[in-house]
Write a protein that binds this ligand. Structure first.
Ligand SMILES: C[C@H](O)CC(=O)SCCNC(=O)CCNC(=O)[C@H](O)C(C)(C)COP(=O)(O)OP(=O)(O)OC[C@H]1O[C@@H](n2cnc3c(N)ncnc32)[C@H](O)[C@@H]1OP(=O)(O)O
Length: 723
């Protein structure tokens, strides 16, 4: 065998005349402009060499390609190479690779996303392993498939399926891909190369079809139906994300290819890609993509030398709403779970809630009956700590006071193994909770957000004594249960609840001073928040909200706005979603409708607090509302950073997106604020605080950043945590 190597793309010609071209750019074989040009050289070389009859394209180490390196997106194009990116799809993929006179087959294993899958789509056949993961995920980064994916995918799998895959950035397994003809055959990983090789020779010898995806038409729907599908897709996309324009441009590009022919579609794709990759939306989404990776880099925790311990069994103390939600998450991730309660009744209620959660998942098709059955087997209910002798982690999720929690932690120390991690899911001070133990190095906060099975964030709270090993273990634990972990320092409310509280405070302040509940919620969802503040309170439940509020007012009396509204609503028997009455009323399917009665309750709260309506606040624009609600949240985020509770500003971006529903395409609360500028924000808050009071007063950290003209996202000089 003759072998020619380049650092990132290798070419090797076998005795059967099949050239194996292998992408070799660890860890996930990302594509860069340079790599693509090298790949083009290798393919041209193989096409020129007489002994080469056919070509197989593969990725090294069982990973076809994680797609294009998205660091290239979100900024200005740099130099000529970047400028060529959009045109690679025509010069190289279409006119060289797809038009080649020798058959080219993609051998697909592992991640095959974005540009990686687009490379494979331009080949004349695709052989995959069952477990490979394929998808055109570009919309998640604010761009569109730019290497021909908008044109080839509909022609291979139908317009209907392509729209679904591209607009939802849907990832499918090799097995699913075979079912709808995205791949031509499946092979076991150790036989993949051989199967692809044979397939390429079969094409050459006319035993298999030589398919040029770009010109395939047999799977396309008739034109009138296609137009209807594009129209529906536009309407749906606008309904779901009215502020995003790149999905609409993507649909335009797909339609162009169907109506005016694929070559025109390719040119339009190239043009649109250049446009969207420089947009603010792309910048925000790429920022969040990398910020999520950075959350696992925690000061004084060496993630390279410390290996996470394998956790298998978790105990949960408390089977209430929160405890049973956490138990559900863990069971679905195959952990053995021990749930402890204080008496038979509470225990059977707790277990009943977990079972109801699993049953609901079966009904909506999220899990199979088999998985439900396995879930039941993983859960054990207990009334004593006796079966805690082999648990790896305990999560305390009770509603008790600090004294009761101290007692629980003292018991844990008696019954659990020496390496077991003790954690608490609440906003109390961890140093206080662990006071009656000698286990401070393994005490940590593990905060899930409600509803635990749905919310993708895990907040891990570290005290000054929590060991780095515990942090490494919990980051791995978070990954295993499908959550992104943000590690923060120990303080009242930690990070996410502090931001959430301000979201609520500023909104309540506005309605008590004259703004309308539903106008505020609408302004915030139009800004892009997943839920307006009042809809969010209903989802969380008024009882939980009242508890968070009381905690804050007690701990931050000088800057808390002391409203009686939540209390007045509770007295009116409003629990939020749990009893279908809160700021909204809910039908049996939890569809929310405004409730005119709420106005009367707001009036009572105003009377109790002696607040009068300010006519200026009646007529705020949606943009003004968004700023008046969110700048106090940002102010709190600045305090959290300034106090050293958050280690990186970008951690709060991730926390705001995953924990509060802040729009990812605005890059998170800090990234968004930097787009407004610290001087502007500070002067807005200063003006409001003069008229409206302490709630709006900019904190010292923000004032200092505004004064020095430094962005909030730039590296924080690490302030010592106030622990
Ligand atoms: C022009 C084209 O149409 C546009 C495109 O191709 S858009 C890009 C589409 N690609 C994707 O959506 C893939 C995104 N990546 C992933 O889903 C996962 O990384 C993966 C499934 C490929 C691999 O997962 P896994 O093996 O767990 O590795 P993971 O830890 O995630 O990533 C390894 C490193 O690669 C980086 N990385 C992964 N995908 C990247 C990408 N597309 N761009 C830049 N960096 C990327 C990660 O940041 C990480 O860096 P770090 O080690 O410095 O933290």
């Amino acid at each position: 065998m003759k072998k020619k190597e380049s650092s990132v793309v290798e070419l090797e010609v076998g005795e059967d005349g099949v050239a194996i071209i292998s992408i070799n750019n660890p860890p996930v074989n990302l594509l860069t402009v340079n790599l693509i040009f090298t790949l083009k050289d290798r393919i041209e070389e193989a096409l020129l060499r007489d002994e080469v009859k056919a070509i197989v394209l593969i990725g090294s180490n069982g990973k076809f390609s994680g797609g294009f390196d998205v660091t290239a997106f979100g900024g200005r194009p740099e130099g000529n190479k970047q400028m060529k990116l959009g045109f690679v799809s025509i010069d190289f993929l279409t006119d060289t690779l797809e038009a080649s006179k020798k058959p080219i087959v993609a051998a697909i294993d592992g991640p095959t996303f974005g540009g990686g899958l687009e490379l494979a789509l331009a080949c004349h056949a695709r052989i995959s392993t069952v477990s490979a993961k394929l998808g055109l995920t570009e919309l998640e980064y604010g761009v569109i498939p730019g290497l021909g994916g908008t044109q080839r995918l509909p022609r291979l799998v139908s317009i209907h399926k392509a729209l679904e895959m591209i607009l939802m950035s849907k990832r499918v397994s090799g097995k699913e891909a075979l079912d709808f003809c995205l791949v031509d055959a499946i092979a076991p990983a150790d036989m993949l190369l051989g199967a692809a090789r044979q397939w390429a020779l079969d094409i050459l010898e006319c035993r298999r079809p030589w398919v040029v995806s770009l010109y395939k038409t047999d799977r396309l729907e008739p034109l009138a139906e296609a137009r209807r599908m594009f129209r529906t897709a536009r309407t749906e996309s606008q309904k779901q994300n009215p502020n995003l324009f790149h999905p609409l441009l993507c649909i335009d590009v797909m339609e162009e290819g169907i109506v005016s022919g694929p070559r025109n579609g390719l040119w339009k794709e190239a043009k649109v890609l250049e446009e969207v990759r420089q947009s603010d939306i792309c910048r925000g989404l790429v920022h969040i993509f990398f910020a999520r990776y950075r959350t696992s880099k925690v000061p004084e925790v060496d993630g390279k030398s410390l290996l996470p311990r394998n956790m298998k069994k978790v105990a949960i103390v408390g089977g209430g709403l929160v405890g049973s939600g956490i138990a559900t998450v863990l069971i679905l991730s195959n952990f053995d779970v021990v749930m402890k309660e204080v008496n038979e009744k509470c225990l059977s209620d707790g277990i009943g809630r977990v079972k109801a959660n699993l049953q609901r998942y079966v009904e909506v098709g999220k899990i199979s009956h088999q998985k439900q059955k396995e879930g039941y087997m993983l859960l054990k209910g207990v009334l004593s700590y006796d079966s805690f002798n082999d648990v790896d982690l305990v999560i305390e999720a009770t509603e008790g006071n600090v004294y009761l929690k101290q007692q629980i932690f003292a018991e844990l120390e008696r019954y659990c193994p020496r390496n077991c991690i003790f954690s608490s899911n609440n906003s109390s001070n961890l140093n206080l909770i662990g006071e009656r133990t000698k286990s401070h190095n393994r005490i940590v906060g593990v905060n899930f957000f409600s509803p635990a099975p749905v919310m993708p964030l895990l907040e891990v709270v570290r005290t000054d004594r929590t060991s780095p090993q515990v942090i490494v273990d919990l980051i791995a634990f978070g990954r295993k249960i499908g959550k992104t972990t943000v590690v923060v320092g120990n303080s009242t409310g930690f990070a996410i609840n502090r931001m959430f509280f301000l979201y609520l405070q500023s909104a309540i302040w506005l309605i008590e001073h004259g703004a309308d509940v539903y106008v505020i919620d609408q302004a915030m969802t139009r800004f892009g928040m997943q839920l307006g503040p009042f809809r969010m309170v209903d989802l969380l439940g008024l009882r939980v909200t009242a508890a968070i509020a009381a905690h804050f007012v007690e701990n931050f009396p000088d800057r808390s706005y002391k409203s009686r509204l939540i209390q007045v609503m509770e007295e009116d028997n409003r629990e939020g979603e749990p009893n279908h009455r809160g700021f909204y009323v809910y039908n049996d399917n939890y569809k929310a409708s405004p409730d005119p009665e709420v106005m009367k309750l707001i009036d009572s709260a105003r009377n109790i607090s002696n607040v009068s309506i300010n006519s200026k606040l009646d007529n705020l624009s949606e943009g003004d509302i968004a700023e008046m609600v969110l700048l106090p949240v940002l102010n709190e985020a600045c305090r959290i950073t300034g106090e050293g509770i958050a280690y990186k500003a970008s951690d709060l971006d991730v926390a705001s997106v995953l924990g509060m529903g802040f729009p990812a395409y605005r890059g998170g609360i800090i990234f968004w604020a930097d787009s407004l500028g610290t001087r502007y924000i500070c002067s807005q808050l200063e003006n409001w605080s003069k008229v409206y009071g302490e709630l709006f007063k900019p904190c010292a950290y923000l004032v200092q950043r505004a004064y020095s003209g430094t962005s909030l996202g730039s590296q924080v000089q690490q302030v010592k945590s106030h622990l």
